[in-house]
Design a protein around this ligand. Structure first.
Ligand SMILES: Cc1ncc(COP(=O)(O)O)c(C=O)c1O
Length: 345
């Protein structure tokens, strides 16, 4: 049955880079390790880290809608921005390679980390393999202004350029995760499970905003989503997420004012700042690897999983609850943090 959400989403052009739903699997060994079975709590993983292109990750869902608009407008060059180890930049480079577009990346040294692995390995190595042209800015540089400047240069030379802002987190990009809410609802029917909460990291807020807008339109409510902020403090993250959720809803033809309390964000895993490791993140990366043979990244999903572990250990969930942790990808980042992990082994 086509829902109101499906109908609203169908109005937007989308490039199908995902090629189908990502898997949901039960984290049985983690459930055992954390004593969740005895408590009657189920833990499931949505494998948005496992996709067909570029190493996978949450940014591909947003890029589907950005690319839909780009292809419709005959764009031949994409420019985007991010940190040196931006997963969004890497995936933009990968989809450009697949679609035969040129890709330019304006990367900022936003994390106080300058070792060789951080500067040259992980995502930045892959950006180059995918054929992107890279320009690096010092900390505090205005990457969007630099992107617009470069776009104008290229336009003057006859190119048709589109600039995608940080993380692809515009109302249009967020629709990728509104679509994911519909995908999760369909998988619930297939699996015979109801997820009481969907847990994610929050950086530029598009993932949270899209899921929240999607669940709102499905009648489940934006509060189905809980995120752990890894870029900004809790308050900044919450107001940005609420604003973007409302903009995404408006784009989908639903003009509602959301109460602040329906946007659930916890800022307690941020630590000393964006991209800076915490002991809880290191433990979370180890636990996921050793119990499930799966990888979470040091900047986003590692901190969010650390937050979820804290909630599970504190007994925040009740018997009968099923929690869905969205694995958002970013594993190339592990290679950029070799120093952090080799110290912890
Ligand atoms: C691996 C990974 N997970 C989560 C996020 C956060 O998503 P959002 O920026 O939509 O909040 C990002 C953003 O860069 C990411 O790269």
């Amino acid at each position: 049955m086509q829902t109101r959400l499906d109908k609203a989403l169908a109005a937007f052009p989308r490039a199908d880079v995902l090629q189908g739903a990502t898997r949901i699997q039960r984290a049985e060994r983690l459930e055992q390790e954390l004593g969740l079975r005895e408590q009657g709590v189920g833990l499931y993983l949505k494998r948005d880290d496992h996709m067909h292109i570029g190493g996978g990750g949450n940014k591909l869902r947003k890029l589907e809608f950005h690319l839909g608009a780009a292809l419709k407008n005959g764009v031949d060059t994409l420019i985007t921005v991010g940190g040196i180890q931006s997963n969004h930049a890497r995936l933009t480079a990968a989809v450009c390679a697949r679609l035969g577009m040129a890709c330019e990346l304006i990367l900022t040294r936003s994390v106080p980390k300058a070792d060789t692995d951080y500067e040259l390995n992980g995502n930045v190595l892959l950006d180059q393999l995918f054929g992107a042209r890279i320009q690096v800015l010092a900390k505090g540089g205005d990457s969007l202004a630099a992107a617009e400047h470069r776009a104008n240069e290229l336009r003057a030379a006859g190119r048709n350029v589109m600039v995608i802002p940080t993380g692809g987190s515009t109302p249009l990009g967020s629709l990728g995760y509104a679509r994911c809410a519909a995908e999760i609802a369909q998988q619930e029917i297939e699996l015979g499970v109801h997820f009481s909460e969907v847990v994610i990291p929050n950086g530029s807020a598009g993932t949270h905003a899209g899921l929240a807008a999607g669940f709102e339109l499905l009648g489940r409510g934006a509060s189905t989503v809980k995120s752990w902020s890894v870029l900004a403090d809790q308050q900044t993250s919450a107001s940005r997420t609420r604003q973007l959720t409302q903009e995404a809803l408006a784009l989908l033809g639903h003009a509602a004012t959301l109460a602040p309390q329906v946007i659930h964000i916890d800022g307690s895993q941020l630590g000393e700042g964006y991209g800076l490791p915490t002991p809880a993140m290191i433990e979370a990366v180890h636990l996921m690897a050793r119990c499930e043979g799966l990888l979470v990244d040091p900047v986003y999903s590692g901190k969010a999983f650390a937050g979820l572990l804290a909630d599970l250990r504190q007994g925040r969930y009740r018997a009968g609850d099923n929690v869905l942790f969205v694995m958002t990808g970013g594993t190339p980042g592990l290679y950029a943090y070799r120093d952090t992990f080799s110290q912890s082994l």
